[in-house]
Design a protein around this ligand. Sequence first.
Ligand code: ATP
Length: 463
Amino acid sequence: MENQEYIISIQNLSKSFDGKKVLDDINIKVKSGEFVTLLGPSGCGKTTLLRMLAGFLAPDEGTILMDGKDISDTPPNHRPVNTVFQHYALFPHLDVYDNVAFGLKLKGVPEKEIDERVRKVLKIVSMTDYEDRDVESLSGGQQQRVSIARAIINRPKVLLLDEPLSALDLKMRKDMQIELKEMHKQLGITFIYVTHDQEEALTLSDTIVVMNEGKVQQIGTPADIYNEPVNSFVADFIGDSNIFNGIMLEDRKVSFIGHEFECVDEGFGENVPVDVVIRPEDVYIMNQDTGAQFTGKVTSCTFKGVHYEMYVNTDDGFEIQIQDYNAFEVGSTVGMIIRPNDIQVMKKDHVINRFEGQMTDSSHVNILGEDFECPETGFEAGTRVVAEIPFDKVDLTDEQSDGTLYGEVHALLYKGNHYHLTVRTEDGDDIFVDTNDVWDKGDLVGVNFPAQDLIIRKKDENV
Ligand code: ATP
């Protein structure tokens, strides 16, 4: 059976709370012994998914197979999993030894065996000398080690870890990351780890599942995710990146920041709008312009410990972030080169705003629950239409009441010479906006569509 090579197989899993989908058709397969991290911004559904694996929450749709068996009806305590939470949840009145031994004692395991097993797991979590210590006298990192010991003593096949290091300070977190990886190797059990910290995910995981808004965006090794992000969300979320609008001119030729570049991508078609990602460390910077593909002026240069981080304004008006071991003086003119292998080309999810609606009369269209003036169409009231508006034609206002619609800036992406925003309306519709104005995530805005910029066609007409 195909599923048996996977210890966990999550199939078409969906979950809604109060009518809002928080997990949407999730499909993930986990191999035995793998270290898999669920990574995504706050609210993307990571914890909900972990709770379903643990059995604390039931899916609305879909199945979870463990060892090839559907575990939908298996209660939490009969699943071969154990969970380590962000907060340690230790018994304050028991010492380290008794906290770890608790589950085994409850099960009536013979004392000699308990003793052996407790000592073994305390060794794994480097807490051998702390058996008699009161848990409240321990540091956060030590308490978390005890929680892990308690979770692994029952020999679960799968350990679920929900942001276990997030309550620790940076130094302790880094140390614990190394220890967790070591523990994983030593134990040989499958780890499913939840975090919103991309660096932690890149450090620890065999496989990363990047999630956003209840959907899986990409599954891959840390190197895959970093080097070959599948969309601009992943590129922006993982590491620093320059993201530009581009046009794939033909196979292996892409245009962005006002220049044509050779790349390695094929199969996009000709003259197709794309997103282009360039990692800051992949831009070669030099003092002279001979041999450079494009030139610009350094606007800032900051030492970051190992490398310098610089911002350069190109002669064509794009800002580009560059990391280099050498510093280039602010104000100096520099030349730059980007190699074909370092250009990551991605398909765009949307190239224009497109809404379905109907005409209220021949020059007004009802879309997103509101009437908008549009160019004269000659269409009768009630005609089903598709209305389009380019991203850069959408008008945003400070005052919500000045807009025909209003919404909240839900996501934003800097594209080198403008911002690409997603404005989400009260009804949950997304409007994409390209603007030079600076907005913050969470800003409440009014939205207008200038009448002359709305493009209306009958619904069944071909694009
Ligand atoms: P964080 O890192 O902040 O914990 P997350 O990615 O783990 O975020 P979840 O905790 O899974 O996200 O939450 C996903 C969404 O579901 C959020 O919008 C959250 O408010 C909502 N949610 C979670 N549990 C419930 C619940 N029991 N009832 C209603 N809504 C819930």
